[in-house]
Design a protein around this ligand. Sequence first.
Ligand code: IPE
Ligand code: IPE
Ligand code: MG
Length: 258
Amino acid sequence: MKLKESLGALYKKLVEIFTPDVKIDMDRVPKHIGIIMDGNGRWAKKRGLKRSDGHRAGAKTLEDITNYCGEIGVKFLTVYAFSTENWKRDKAEIDAIMELIYEYLSNMEKLLGGKDCRIRVIGDRSRLSDKLNEKILEVEKYTGDRTGPTLNIALNYGGRDEIIRAARAAALDVKEGKKSEKDIDEKYFSSLMYTGDNPEVDLIIRPSGEMRLSNFLLWQCAYSEFWFSNTCWPDFTPKHMRMAIAAYQKRNRRFGGV
Ligand code: IPE
Ligand code: IPE
Ligand code: MG
């Protein structure tokens, strides 16, 4: 296992070295990036490792990429850690993912290294364990007043679930007379999303070769730019982020205009 881990780290270094580097314009870094952290299982399989080893390697990548995004001034980073559909997997794999998330949140202060980062968990928490829910509240509390970059961790998150939740909240506001039917416009409805106080999602990145959203940020992605890579998430490096951002900076975002 140790040998395989070292080989994995060496391989990642080689990927990093041989990935062509590109320059990004530091004055036009996207404000809000979403990442679908996919490919952990295939990464592990290719190396004869367990899927849970892939998730562990993916958690390490998350640390590196979060730090890198902080360094280059990304203000909001939303990462897809577990979808409302991922409950279809084996219990052992789900338990391993939840345990990793717990560990990740427990080590947060150390991982952040004194950085002024705000952590939020978005998604339906009702299905998460009490232990994990307590940890989430603890981390959100001690990072809540910080004014630096925000990391949203999407956990038991589904875009459709989020929209239904917002529709219910809107219906309740109308029922209780706080809003009239006409008040339900895009601005108000956006405010009911988990990301209600975040800026628009500028760029969505999906590694591992899949080209779909898999229920991620369905409401928020209306005018996001997309960038896909064949590299699996555990092998993802800051160079890949630079490639994605450089591609984003070449796009002409028209928002329906000319
Ligand atoms: C993404 O990696 C992590 C989660 C969905 C929790 P996968 O586990 O989906 O990896 P692949 O897609 O099977 O390779
Ligand atoms: C999306 O990946 C969810 C996360 C990365 C957390 P999946 O691996 O679950 O998506 P599908 O099944 O390939 O669409
Ligand atoms: Mg997957």
